[in-house]
Design a protein around this ligand. Structure first.
Ligand code: T3D
Length: 272
């Protein structure tokens, strides 16, 4: 194991994981299966998350996919019907793998940015929606594939979808499972920005540089406040804003931001 492997929590076979400039980049890496989730991939994602959570000074995380797909959800080869017709308890994998993955990403105190290179289906679509910001290639598409195999959206899908697009659109997407283009996803409020396919790699580099140089504590507070808002009254949210802004007012980055403004220069944030 080399030094970089060690920082990144060892070596990986179904994801690629790098951690440099205090930004983690996770690339789902089973391109011939459209990066669908296996138990091995979940275990590797859990290990990458261990490394991210342990990394002091972490400033952001980016998730993307190798090849033409982002993630086609659960690997259906792991769900081949048994010869004897016996059934399986699908909640087991949700509890063991999907629940911790989604919750850990949401709880990271840094922005988690999805750079969506291709199709996202089933739990792969839920993974996209669990990210804080999504940049999608113009050719990427979303498929709520669950109804096609007799299931409901899971991995948090029924929680994210109506909050992002409203219940009418969420219901249509979930029931009919039609593909949504990146442009349609943006118009519906599912994602932040669509970029030309040939600009996606540069977008990833830009996002990485932005996160590495960003006001990390302000990002963390923004993430916490926006996540809390859907369960809060306006008064509770105001209280939270006061508490978080009080804390940010004492940070080095706020002082630097004020100095940079007065000196008419770009701020050099340190994330502290
Ligand atoms: O534990 C539990 O089971 C509960 C949790 C469930 C969570 C879930 O995610 S359930 C939903 C699972 N996902 C799906 O149902 C999506 C299945 N895939 C598709 O509908 C389509 O492949 C896509 C819409 C994603 C993409 O279509 P397209 O035409 O661009 O590609 P393709 O030709 O269908 O797929 C390319 C290859 O990837 C193909 O293999 P081949 O023919 O080249 O050998 C295909 O079989 C494979 N592939 C695609 N999705 C999966 C997959 N292999 C395994 N698992 C997949 N999910």
């Amino acid at each position: 194991m080399n030094a970089q492997d060690s920082a990144a929590g060892g070596s990986y076979t179904q994801i690629r994981f790098t951690l440099d400039q205090d930004v983690g980049v996770i690339t789902l890496n089973r391109p011939d299966r459209l990066n669908s989730f296996t138990e091995v991939m979940h275990a590797e994602l859990a290990r990458a998350l261990d490394a991210l959570e342990a990394h002091a000074g972490l400033r952001g995380v980016i998730i993307t996919g190798a090849g033409r797909g982002f993630c086609a959800g659960q690997d259906l080869a792991e769900r081949k019907p048994a010869e004897d017709g016996s059934r399986r308890d699908l909640s087991l994998m949700l509890e063991k793998c999907y629940r911790p993955l989604i919750h850990r990403l949401r709880a990271l105190p840094v922005p988690v940015v999805c750079v969506m290179n291709g199709v996202a289906a089933g739990a792969g679509a839920s993974l996209v929606l669990a990210c804080d910001v999504v940049f999608a290639a113009a050719s990427a598409r979303f498929v709520q594939a669950f109804s096609k195999i007799g299931l409901l959206p899971d991995a948090g899908g029924t929680w994210f979808l109506p909050r992002l697009v409203g219940s009418a659109r969420a219901m249509g997407m979930a029931l009919f499972g039609e593909a949504l283009s990146a442009a349609e996803a943006q118009a519906a409020g599912l994602i932040w920005r669509v970029v030309p396919d040939d600009a996606l790699a540069a977008t990833l580099d830009d996002v990485k540089a932005t996160l590495a140089a960003g006001p990390t504590r302000a990002y963390a507070a923004t993430k916490a406040a926006l996540q809390a808002s859907s369960g809060n009254t306006l008064a509770q949210q105001f209280d939270l804003e006061c508490q978080l802004q009080r804390e940010l007012g004492y940070t080095d980055d706020y002082l630097e931001g004020m100095r940079a403004f007065a000196e008419k220069r770009a701020p050099a944030f340190k994330g502290t």
